[in-house]
Design a protein around this ligand. Structure first.
Ligand code: NAD
Ligand code: DAU
Length: 356
């Protein structure tokens, strides 16, 4: 059994679905608070699968986590649960500290208590896998080398600072208490079930609705993009064979400026769902920049390749085509996640950003 946290969110759900697609795979206890970003419907195909036990609850609830560990005796915890959106962290940092820092602390303490009481063989095999981000490293200049695992931590947003804090806690629980931890720091994911507050799904959803495509600042900020199923595969590799106490950077070798991403999405939509009103790129609108906006991220994923042989299977061209096609085929999912709470967020984030 694995205990997965945040498995109703974008990456966690893709991980759970991919894991359980193998009929021989162990079961998963999936602990998720179902915040605005968590969606039970994403996991509907597992409703009749006895290997999937969904628990609606908070990682900060120590009694609940203790009970789940005692009852299911998982051999590993894979920790995805977090507040994950940078813009939301700017509007309201409190929940990021609560979940990403205090929630991770509670989970580590529960894991430590559980692990300490295991018989020696189970103790040796136990893993706490912490899923983190490249944003902890801060921002790169145009000619700087990509982030290696040894890069200094220089987080610039409340989100990245809270993730950096959680990475430090995980590291300390290993060095001080011996908890067998693994940490992965990944670049920007994209793919199915991505909540439409993030760049790629927002652009698809807005374009299809004939709404403006809001590009922050000059649109020349660079991100490295990785198809979400490649991230899930990397986590499986690290969980199986990663060296305890190590961190591994995960990336797609695929740096692109935001504006290029938006044009690519528009071109695919022009091909797959042409708009009689004209090319979707006509909707691109420059808006006020994100405060403290990191200019460039790039990931050096050679350690993961060298030690564990992982490389992404998708190129950006294949991954983005699959992604756009998935959104065109899953209008119902998109419609259902765009609840009143989603519309309130869109008003809040974009109302103050008049077209530049
Ligand atoms: P997401 O926002 O889509 O999903 C987060 C999930 O965590 C949701 O299902 C939510 O309900 C759940 N959750 C939130 N607070 C919780 C709590 N207190 N207790 C239990 N569950 C809670 O996030 P995501 O994009 O899937 O990211 C997953 C993890 O991967 C995060 O830790 C994030 O920092 C990291 N990460 C994300 C990316 C990316 O591009 N999205 C890249 C690198 C790393
Ligand atoms: O790098 C990994 C990180 O990637 C993860 O840790 C985060 O959880 C994840 O949300 C993502 O963070 P970003 O801030 O890079 O992702 P986002 O999709 O919000 O934005 C991507 C880029 O697009 C960023 O430079 C901001 C820009 N952007 C975003 C939105 C929502 C726009 O120009 N317009 C927009 O409307």
């Amino acid at each position: 059994m694995l205990l997965v946290t945040g498995g109703a969110g974008f990456i966690g759900a893709n991980f759970v679905l991919d894991w359980l697609a193998d009929p021989a795979a162990e079961g998963i206890v999936n602990l998720d608070a179902l915040t605005y970003a968590g969606n039970r419907e994403t996991l509907a195909s597992l409703d009749d699968d006895p290997r999937h036990v969904f628990v609606h609850g908070d990682i900060g609830d120590r009694a609940l986590v203790d009970r789940l560990l005692a009852e299911h005796r998982p051999r590993a915890i894979v920790h995805f649960a977090a507040e994950s959106h940078v813009d939301r962290s700017i509007h309201g940092p409190g929940t990021f500290i609560q979940t990403n820092v205090l929630g991770t602390f509670t989970l580590l303490e529960a894991a430590r208590a559980h692990w300490s009481g295991l018989p020696p063989a189970e103790r040796a095999a136990f893993r706490f896998h912490h899923v983190s981000t490249d944003e902890v490293y801060g921002s790169l200049g145009p000619g700087d080398p990509a982030f290696a695992e040894t890069h200094a931590y220089e987080p610039n947003s409340p989100y990245s600072a809270s993730k950096a804090a959680s990475d430090h806690l995980v590291r300390a629980w290993h060095h001080t208490y011996g908890l067998p931890v693994l940490t992965t720091n990944c670049s920007n994911n994209y793919g199915p079930y991505h909540f439409p507050e993030k760049l790629i799904p927002l652009m698809i959803v807005n374009a299809l609705a004939g709404k403006p495509l809001p590009v922050y600042g000059d649109g020349q900020q660079v991100r490295d993009w990785l198809y979400v199923k490649d991230h899930a595969a990397a986590i499986r590799e690290v969980l199986a064979r990663g060296r305890v106490g190590e961190t591994y950077n995960v990336g797609g070798w695929n740096e692109k400026p935001n504006l290029e991403i938006v044009h690519t999405v528009c071109a695919l939509l022009d091909e797959l769902r042409p708009d009689p009103a004209g090319p979707y790129a006509r909707l691109i609108t420059y808006v006020a920049d994100r405060p403290g906006h990191d200019r460039r991220y790039a990931i050096d994923a050679r350690k993961l390749e060298r030690e564990l042989g992982w490389r992404p299977a998708e190129t950006f061209e294949t991954g983005i085509r699959k992604t756009v096609a998935w959104y065109l085929d899953h209008g119902d999912w998109v419609q259902r996640v765009q609840s009143g709470a989603y519309r309130d967020w869109v008003d809040r984030n974009y109302a103050g950003r008049s077209a530049a």
